[in-house]
Design a protein around this ligand. Structure first.
Ligand SMILES: [Zn+2]
Ligand SMILES: [Zn+2]
Ligand SMILES: [Zn+2]
Length: 255
């Protein structure tokens, strides 16, 4: 089983529109980050984490031909802006695509994508979704067992996910104490680290490093990184087991 980092950029992506900073104009492909999203693949199951606004290009890049389910961490637009681009996965089939999120996120999705749930719309004009509410207990999709990880993103209670020995927590500003108990034995940690300057909704690099220090994974990878973080410069300053992720990075998952 593996997890592919489809995108690891902050909410505006890198390069950012209308910016000519050194990172946005860098030729290093690892400084070109689509919005943060990931793909879990087992031998029989493919699961997307966060259908963001770059879903179409990420899917094309990845040769994504089939999806069994979609997990949504939270309803910020950089994580749900690609929901309409889920249409091809149910086109010409009677099935709907199972989408899993907490109640708060499902309510926002129903509101923002009301046409997807209206009667009379055809399968070509709306994504066909079946919504599944996560209440914090472990669940399975096909042969993939998942544990929701409650985390705080500013004032929002949102979700990360643990799959085997890998934990994925993108937009996070605080990890509640009970969630640390769910992170014992994690070997690979994917965690948000927006920038060095404080932000009310996101860990800084230093805060993400403190979480890594507490969780003690073998390896940690920073995602949701802004254009203020240059891939090579930052990695030179990080401990060797902690690195900025890049689009296309593949991490093994052991169960
Ligand atoms: Zn985000
Ligand atoms: Zn820039
Ligand atoms: Zn967010």
């Amino acid at each position: 089983m593996q997890l592919t980092i489809l995108g690891c950029g902050g909410s505006m992506g890198v390069p950012m529109l209308a910016c000519d900073c050194a990172v946005c104009t860098s030729t290093d492909p690892r400084n070109q980050r689509t919005r943060t999203a990931a793909l879990i693949q087992s031998p029989t199951t493919t699961i997307l984490i966060d259908p963001g606004p770059d879903l179409r290009i990420q899917g094309l890049r990845q040769g994504l031909a089939q999806l069994d389910a979609v997990l949504v961490t939270h309803p910020h637009q950089d994580h749900i802006g690609g929901i309409d681009d889920l249409r091809p996965f149910t086109l010409n089939t009677p099935r709907s695509l199972p989408l899993y999120a907490n109640q708060f996120t499902l309510d926002r999705i129903r509101y923002q994508y009301d046409y997807a749930f209206a009667s009379g719309e055809s399968a070509s004009t709306r994504p066909s979704l079946s919504l599944n509410q996560l209440d914090g207990t472990a669940f399975s999709i096909g042969d993939v067992a998942l544990i929701p990880l409650p985390i705080e993103h500013g004032s929002w209670q949102i979700l990360g996910f643990r799959i085997g020995d890998l934990a994925y927590m993108t937009d996070v500003s605080h990890i509640p104490e009970p969630t640390f108990d769910l992170l014992h034995g994690v070997n690979r940690l994917v965690i948000g680290a927006l920038r060095h300057e404080p932000h009310p909704l996101h860990f800084t690099v230093a805060q993400a490093l403190a979480a890594v220090e507490r969780i003690q994974p073998q390896q940690a990878f920073f995602v949701h990184t802004s254009h203020s973080l240059d891939y090579t410069t930052e990695n030179a300053n990080l401990p060797s087991h902690v690195q900025l992720a890049y689009d296309g990075l593949v991490l093994p998952i052991h169960v």
